[in-house]
Design a protein around this ligand. Sequence first.
Ligand code: NAD
Ligand code: TYD
Length: 365
Amino acid sequence: MQRNILITGGAGFIGNHVVRLFVNKYPEYNIYNLDKLTYAGNLANLKDVENKPNYHFIKEDICNFESILNIFKQYNIDGVIHLAAESHVDRSIKDPFTFANTNIIGTLSLLQAAKNVWTDLENKLFYHVSTDEVYGALEMNNPRGGNEPGGGPFGDKFFTEQTKYNPHSPYSAAKASSDHFVRAFHDTYGLPVVISNCSNNYGPYQFPEKLIPLFINNIRNRKSLPVYGKGENVRDWLYVEDHARAIDIIFHKGQKGETYNIGGFNEWKNIDIIKVIISTVDRLLGRKENEDIDLITYVTDRAGHDLRYAIDSTKLKTELGWQPSLQFEEGIEKTVRWYLDNQDWLDNITSGEYEKYYEIMYKDR
Ligand code: NAD
Ligand code: TYD
């Protein structure tokens, strides 16, 4: 079936993987990548698909309602995969207004445009991509040693689709609000929507302000590794292409009005993942084993730092048949190798805006 799909935030980290998957897998779809190209958006991420006949780029801000409305009409948009957002917790602590604007008002503007233009709701879908951070933080208790619900390595509780929202950071508060608006448009206007909440992603093309690419780059350049607090916080890591595959499955097979949690049952304490990254970078660069371990520098903890995230993705597995394809060891090896093989990409990014940001964020530490 021919479709006209608007993917927002397609020049960002996860977005470029989703755009690439859809452009290559569905030549019969027109894919419109709409992105404002903030500091986090980089069209170099999509060089390999930019000349495909079914790929189109639109530089626009999702908050510009009139423009968004025109885009829906002009391109006869019948599906939306909404990823555009401000996504970095540390930035949200410094500048919550930008997060409220993009993540809440921007989402509302897309919803309102879809509602206005989609008079016939047949074969329409508004897919909102969200995060596990809306659920707040889990305790570390009753560790069971395993990696399944009821048996997590750091606690017996997991986030399910029924977990009450309890966001702590301006980032997660803004994402939670956007999720509520999406559900409100479904319940009030009957807009066909679907939401997914995913755990931390890692992989190629992630902006090097997030833990994994930042630390790979710092180890390469022998810069210090700022570990927040004691490094005891736990995150649940998923390879980004597995997230993109989940989005494809949910977009095509998900039940309207439903939420799906996405995660790989792959919890790691920050300090342990950092040690894996150090040993992998050192090995791949031909350095002595753990030569760079002393780069670890414990710094003041992030304000409101969520202790533990762990996603229960049983619903997605049992109802739609998705499961992660990569083991973490394989994924992290691939990821480190990618950043080391793509030093131009990293250097381009770190030479501009990001350097200034780094100074602002870390000069007090
Ligand atoms: P990112 O910061 O790498 O990319 C965001 C993209 O959105 C960039 O290309 C940016 O230019 C664009 N953008 C920002 N503001 C915009 C605006 N006003 N108008 C149009 N475009 C705008 O983010 P990411 O890590 O790729 O995350 C994508 C989505 O997935 C977000 O909604 C995020 O909340 C969600 N998510 C991320 C993770 C993760 O681990 N990165 C996990 C779960 C969910
Ligand atoms: P991050 O990649 O920012 O993702 P999120 O905050 O959305 O989970 O951070 C992952 C974890 O790593 C989080 O617990 C904060 C920690 N962290 C550090 O210890 N040092 C850093 O420099 C960064 C960026 C993160």
